[in-house]
Every structure is written in C-alpha cells, then in structure tokens.
Design a protein around this ligand. Structure first.
Ligand SMILES: Nc1ncnc2c1ncn2[C@@H]1O[C@H](COP(=O)(O)OP(=O)(O)OP(=O)(O)O)[C@@H](O)[C@H]1O
Length: 294
C-alpha cells in the first residue's frame, strides 16, 4: 500500500495580543496529500510568516493543529498505535535550515549517524554499521575520512547539512520534510544539496516536501508547487505551469521577486506586499530568468 501524508482542513490559531479576537490564524484550511509512490518533490513556497514552518511542524507531529487533521496512511498521526508511530517516525524525516542545533557540540558528528544505526537496527555489527555510514556519507558527496571524528564546529554549514542528509540516506524514509534547508548555503553548495534530494527521489524513491521562500529554488527542483500566503494555499500545480502561467496575483508578486543576473534589471519590479490585503497591487506579468539563480 502506498504511504501517504494528508492534511485535511488544517487550521492553526495562535494567541496574539493586539489582534482582533486575540489570536492570529497562521494556517487556514490547508489540505494536500503527499504520496510516496511515485516519489515526488512538492515545494511549499511563500514569504516569511506565511505559515510554512507551522505546516512542517504539523506534518512532523511537532504541533497539533487547532482544527483539521494530519493523516499518515489514512490515520490521524496523533492517534497512532506504538507500531504505527514507529513506522511514521522512521518514514517521515526532517531536514532543517541549520542542523547545528541537532548536533551536540561536545560529541563528534559520528554520534548522530551511529545513533540512527542503533535506534533503527540498521546494521548487525560495528563493521557493517561503519560501512553503511561511510557509504551514506559518500552518497552525499562527503569524504568519510574528512568528516568522521570531527566536532560539529569543525564542519561548514553545508557539510553539517549533508551529514543530516547522510542520516536520511541511511534511513531511506518515504518522506523528507525539508524546511528552508538551503537558505544559509552559498549557491554552489545549495545546488549540490538540491541535486542530492533529486538523487534521493530518483534512486531511492523518497518524496520531499520542500519548504522555501525562494521561487528560483523551486524552479530548479521541478515537480509541483503550492503557494501559500497568510496561511492560505492560494495556488498549486506543476512548477512549469505555475511559474509560466501563474493564476494568483500573489504568485505573480513572488515571481517578480526573483533577482535577474543583469545588474540593470535585478528585480523586475519593486515588491510591495500589502500586509492588509495580501496580494493587492499585483505587479506586471512575471518573467523568469533563463538561468534561475540558486
Ligand atoms: N508558537 C507560536 N506562537 C504564536 N505565533 C506563532 C507561533 N509560531 C508561529 N507563529 C506565527 O504564525 C505565523 C506563521 O509562522 P511560520 O513560522 O509558520 O511562518 P513561515 O512562513 O515559516 O515564516 P519564515 O519563513 O519566516 O520561517 C507568523 O505570523 C508567526 O509569527
């Protein structure tokens, strides 16, 4: 049976002083399904504060929605049996912006990988475990001898990110929930990271929910995209269609925020998102640079 993650009418309210009613709606009636088969890349794109991370937290079971439900294999993730929960934890893996917080600075980075080997019983001996770790590090273009034995601060941000991807590679989850994973990386390392996610999709059948504020990254990844503003998913579809024929004014505004390589035309227009009305005052039809900047 194909594994699925489904959000059904998810709403998230937070207490917020000074707002009408004393709360803000961070996510409003969000519904979508991620399927493991065929493996796919689905991006969720929107500006800061649009509700993306809140949705990631819902999918990862870190935040219970105020209303609606998050289903894994058709079952509410907050009501799974122990065995179902273990399956969900193994098959839905997060990758965050800066994994520095996940590494304990007092332990070598090896520990994160060995913990996964032990927790999920991935190898029957130490030698087999080490072989698996080394294979996974190579799969994310890291040389084991340059990484193992080091402390987190001795690695670059891009290397730390890829150690987390090596962990994902070992676990082979059905789903990766990647929340702004590349926003702190330079263009080259960013591209490397995105290519690894695409390799994971093609070679190991992993489906990624890729959360970002950056449409050019979405363009590079391909697949499909959902556009979110003020907690509402306003547009969705294949990346090519949404990028070339955006139907919602907010998507057009986002498209106009892609910088151009030409210094005289870095931005096609000024981006003025009206906080009160969302996408009011839409900019002229967007143009996508020939070579998206990633
Ligand atoms: N625990 C919380 N308590 C109160 N408000 C919150 C909480 N978490 C998020 N919010 C608010 O909910 C809204 C959506 O936040 P969220 O972090 O999901 O946005 P985002 O699109 O991921 O933004 P960014 O790209 O900046 O991370 C914001 O207005 C934020 O201030």
């Amino acid at each position: 049976m194909t594994k699925t993650i489904e959000l059904r009418g998810v709403e998230q309210r937070f207490h917020a002083r000074g707002t009408p009613g004393g709360y803000l709606t961070a996510v409003d009636d969000a519904s979508f399904t991620l399927a493991a088969d065929p493996a796919q890349v689905v991006s969720l794109v929107g500006q800061s504060g649009s509700g993306k991370s809140t949705i990631a937290r819902h999918v990862l079971g870190l935040q219970k929605p105020s209303a609606g439900s998050v289903l894994y294999g058709g079952k509410d993730i907050f009501k799974l049996s122990r065995a179902e929960y273990d399956d969900y934890r193994r098959n839905v893996q997060p990758v965050f912006q800066d994994p520095y917080a996940i590494f304990n600075p007092f332990y070598r980075v090896d520990r994160v990988l060995w913990k996964a080997v032990k927790k999920f019983g991935l190898a029957s001996s130490r030698a087999a475990g080490l072989e698996l770790i080394e294979e996974s590090l190579r799969a994310v273009k890291l040389e084991p001898e340059r990484v193992l034995g080091r402390y987190p601060h001795q690695l670059s941000g891009g290397q730390r990110q890829r150690v987390m991807l090596a962990r994902v590679h070992m676990l082979r989850p059905a789903f990766i929930i990647a929340d702004e994973p590349v926003s702190m990386l330079d263009a080259q390392v960013r591209k490397l990271f995105l290519n690894i996610l695409l390799d994971f999709q093609r070679d190991h059948g992993m489906t990624t929910l890729f959360i970002t504020h950056d449409l050019s990254t979405v363009y590079y990844l391909g697949g499909s995209v959902m556009v979110i503003t003020k907690g509402v998913i306003v547009e969705r579809g294949p990346v090519d269609t949404v990028m070339h024929e955006p139907s919602h004014p907010y998507t057009r505004l986002l498209l106009d925020s892609i910088p151009q390589p030409d210094p005289d035309q870095r931005w096609t227009d000024r981006i003025d998102v009206d906080e009160a009305t969302g996408a009011e005052g839409a900019a002229p039809k967007a143009s996508i640079p020939e070579t998206p900047i990633i």
